[in-house]
Design a protein around this ligand. Structure first.
Ligand code: FE2
Ligand code: FE2
Length: 293
């Protein structure tokens, strides 16, 4: 099996076990280059129990996790975000087969960590007596794939959307929910959130590194200027307002190697809701209904 076949198996099988099967140890990303580019499907295959719909209802708030059903709904949501992340990295590897081998290796590493995150959340769900089949699943991340796939910014649009928006936001969601799971005595799920948080820092770092490397410098945007690169490439309607939750985890962003100017840009970003209603309830760009991944 080469990298193309591995990624296609994730997208073309609807079965969770196939999507979470680890890559062969000796997978050679360079073989990927030798094959004709494979246009990836713009939706993944899903078995009936994993079918996606337009929405999945509101994410339970941290204070609601004392209710076992709400706790399971929350874990299912997180597990499904991880599953979408697995699929999106497989999609990206197929969509841009001629990308640098170092980036491919980085994405394959991230993909395997997303598989592990999903597996761990699904295990916790099972321990509570539930499975993914018991819940509805939103197609939130996949909805953005058509605009990413056709963006003139190509891979950089993907890195900005997935790495610097969805994954960056998860730097805030994971510690918040880890605390909430601990508060209701679910230390095992809290530990999964801790692990996801720690590894998400590496995912954000990888995205930032490659946005800097792949953004051509010019008079307006030097390659190292992450704010300019992000503003150019982030596909509408995503924006920095969606790259965070509350509370804002400054230290995790520093550990991901994000420069102070980009951290401040994200910290101060306001959603269109906030801009049109500055005296409102301050629903953040990091709206808790917006899924972490
Ligand atoms: Fe993850
Ligand atoms: Fe991630």
């Amino acid at each position: 099996m080469d990298a193309t076949e591995f990624c296609l198996s994730i997208l073309e099988s609807g079965d969770l076990a196939v999507k979470l099967a680890p890559a062969p140890r000796d997978l050679d990303v360079r073989k990927h280059d030798q094959r004709a580019p494979t246009a990836p499907p713009d939706r993944p295959a899903r078995s009936a129990s994993l079918a996606m719909s337009g929405g999945a209802g509101r994410l339970p708030r941290p204070g609601q996790l004392g209710d076992p059903e709400a706790r399971a709904r929350c874990i299912a949501r997180f597990a499904h975000h991880e599953l979408m992340a697995v699929e999106l990295f497989a999609w990206a590897l197929l969509r841009w087969p001629d990308q640098p081998a170092a980036l491919k290796r980085g994405w394959l590493r991230v993909l395997s960590e997303e598989q592990e995150h999903c597996r761990l959340y699904v295990e916790r769900l099972g321990a509570l007596g539930f499975s993914l089949a018991d819940f509805r699943h939103s197609d939130y991340f996949w909805k953005h794939i058509p605009s990413i796939g056709t963006s003139s910014h190509g891979i950089v649009a993907f890195l900005c959307a997935v790495g610097l928006t969805f994954e960056q936001a998860n730097l805030d969601f994971t510690p918040r929910y880890a605390r909430a799971f601990r508060a209701v005595g679910d230390a095992a799920t809290a530990r999964v959130c801790d692990l996801v948080h720690a590894e998400e820092i590496g995912h954000v770092a990888l995205a930032a590194t490659w946005v800097r490397r792949l953004t051509p410098g010019d008079a307006d945007a030097a390659p190292s200027d992450l704010v300019a690169a992000y503003e150019q490439a982030i596909p509408f309607p995503l924006s920095a307002a969606r790259a965070k939750g509350r509370p804002f985890d400054l230290e995790a962003r520093r550990r991901a190697g994000l420069e102070a100017s980009f951290i401040e840009y994200v910290r101060s970003a306001r959603s269109t809701v906030q801009l049109s209603n500055p005296a409102g309830d301050g629903v953040p760009g990091g709206d808790t209904r917006r899924p972490p991944q």
